[in-house]
Design a protein around this ligand. Structure first.
Ligand code: PMP
Length: 458
């Protein structure tokens, strides 16, 4: 029986990334409040938010300082914008702070309201840059299978997941995908991590050569793939990829929307994985998810090209109403101040070994094929046969069932394509809470194994 609120939900809301038919009978999980790493539903039941919302609430659910920063800015100047040269203190100060933090040469910051808008901006800037440089054919964008970069027409095109392409008439022409760097699932028998990485770099090079290097503008990658399965790339992967990109003057965009601001125990994922991108996209933990804000770093050569181009056209014709929203910038400034003061990033590095040790113990579970991660992010894969790595039929929905059991155990985690389950808790999680998280996840896996037996799944 659905509650009154649940019935009203079903009658009125379209939910992103939800089976809209199943939702009619299953109904929503309606959350009401949060405290630390916990959220509470309308019945008062607590859950460990093992996904930090959507990989974003780094400082948990009850940070009064962030609330106060938003309140103060709202009371002072709730809205102004950056169009036509107008400006405000929080945007200027935040851009300064971010410029300092960026692990790539950065001349300026351009603000957006989401990760999708940040990556969409990256596509447009790569095109704009090549027009300014007099290479109008150099426009193709290469992403990766299972990469996730957003849902706008361009970013869904860069994304490498079937749900974002099937029946959406995507990807657009000019958007290509190369292989997913998931060693466990896609390496050949006997292949080393280094050899697998080299094979993927060779595939990238062959793709660029087939298309013609003069037509390829940019390559985009997340340091650790998030929505595609919480996948850590194998040894040597980015070194091999970068060597190819450099040979053909292909711009390298790091999608730091999940990994940025401490997730891997470094300020940015690029630092943890030895990436040397030309530019970064960021969002999510920039404000700890409390208000929407994203952005991109702009290097000096790009800035000079943008300046020249806007001189020609008369304006830089890009930006949204909420680019650099003052309340969002104020919250971001406070978030970064807290990250620095509380040594949150160092804390992640200190907690990560315990988190990863508990995660990798799950690989011993009878239905788990792989369990690994980096920093405070991890993924596990449920398999039907550990030796052959055979998977259950997707329609059996085994990982979805496991996530439902986890919820019943008081833990929110997320299932992803290929019977994978992601864990990505708030960065403030304590050692005891990490233990509670994995105890609950273990019980959910036990219940899933019982269910598999009861259903007679092969
Ligand atoms: N890039 C990555 C790596 C993401 O994980 C996401 C969102 N999960 C996006 C981009 C898109 O961000 P948004 O949902 O804020 O548009």
């Amino acid at each position: 029986m659905l509650s009154n609120l649940a019935v009203r939900d079903v009658e009125t809301l379209i939910h992103p990334y939800t089976n809209l038919d199943a939702h009619r009978s299953a109904g929503p999980l309606v959350l009401e409040r949060g405290d630390g790493v916990h959220v509470y539903d309308t019945e008062g039941r607590p859950y460990i938010e093992g996904m930090a919302g959507l990989w974003c609430t780094a400082l948990g659910y009850s940070n009064g300082e962030l609330v106060e920063a938003a309140r103060e800015q709202m009371a002072k100047l709730p809205f102004t914008h950056l169009f036509s040269g107008r400006s405000h203190d929080p945007a200027i100060e935040l851009a300064e702070v971010l410029k300092e933090l960026m692990p790539v040469p950065t001349s300026k910051i351009f603000f957006t309201s989401s990760g999708s808008e940040a990556n969409d901006t990256q596509v447009k800037l790569a095109w704009y840059l090549n027009n300014a440089l007099g290479r109008p054919k150099k426009k193709k964008i290469i992403g990766r299978q299972r990469g996730y970069h957003g849902v706008t027409i361009a970013t869904a095109s860069m994304t490498g997941l079937p749900a974002n392409h099937t029946d959406w008439d995507l990807p657009l022409p000019g958007f290509l995908h190369v292989g997913c760097p998931h060693f466990y699932r896609f390496a050949e028998p006997g292949e080393t991590e280094a050899a697998f990485s080299q094979r993927l770099a060779d595939e990238l090079e062959a793709t660029i050569l087939r298309e013609g290097p003069e037509t390829v503008a940019a390559f985009i990658a997340e340091p650790v793939m998030g929505a595609g399965g919480a996948i850590v790339p194998p040894e040597g992967y980015f070194a091999a990829i970068q060597a190819v990109l450099a040979r053909y003057e292909v711009r390298f965009i790091a999608d730091e929307v999940i990994c940025g601001f401490g997730r891997l125990g470094t300020w940015f994922g690029s630092e943890a994985l030895g990436m040397r991108p030309d530019t970064l996209s960021f969002a999510k933990a920039l404000t700890s998810g409390y208000v929407p804000l994203g952005g991109v770093s702009v290097d000096e050569p790009l800035y000079e090209a943008m300046r020249a181009q806007s001189l020609k056209i008369g304006t830089f014709g890009h930006g949204t109403t909420y680019s650099g929203h003052p309340v969002a910038c104020a919250v971001a400034l406070k978030t970064i101040e807290i990250y620095k003061r509380e040594r949150i990033v160092e804390g992640v590095a200190a907690k990560a070994p315990h988190f990863q040790a508990r995660l990798s113990r799950l690989a011993e579970h009878p239905i788990v094929g792989e369990a690994c991660g980096l920093g405070l992010i991890g993924g596990l894969e449920i398999v039907a046969d550990k030796a052959s790595r055979r998977q259950y039929e997707p329609k059996a929905g085994v990982a979805a069932r496991c996530v439902a059991f986890a919820q019943a155990e008081g833990l929110i985690v997320r299932f992803l394509m290929g019977d994978r389950i992601a864990v990505c808790p708030p960065l403030i999680i304590t050692a005891d809470e990490i233990d509670a998280l994995f105890d609950r996840l273990t019980r959910a896996l036990d219940r899933t194994a019982d269910w598999i037996r009861a259903e007679g799944l092969e």
